[in-house]
Design a protein. Sequence first.
Length: 157
Amino acid sequence: MLYENVYTMTGAMVRDYVLRILCRHVIMFGSVLIAAGVGMMIYVGGFHPLFFSVMFTGICCAVVLPTVILTQYKKALMGSEKTRIRFRDRNIVLDNAMGHMNVTYDQIERIRKTRYFYVLDTKTKAAILVYKDGFVKGNPETFYDFIRAIVPKKDRS
């Protein structure tokens, strides 16, 4: 086994994942809609129901939807059993309260970093959350170099 990562989700970790990974594009889209609605009101110099509709949709995207998703993820993940991820020579084995997953390295499509995690996106649209402070074998710095060497540069973000 090359690396081993063990952690239990906390509220801050769930918030980091939901807001920076899951809802990132929705929040940006909502922010653009809010700005467009305000911009239209300023440009026209008054209120119009269409502007309100655009801003309301933006608020739903940027605030309401991420809040609902965050609440659901906190209920499902916070304080659940430990997640254990083992990085072996040919594959990654993940075990947690939600089940067991076995992933080969060629299935990793992209690596993303947040405050708490390295997020390994797979071709099956699953995400493996590797907690930066959760290494019981290996360390975050050498792990990041190791995983970057596996994932092609064109797929990194």
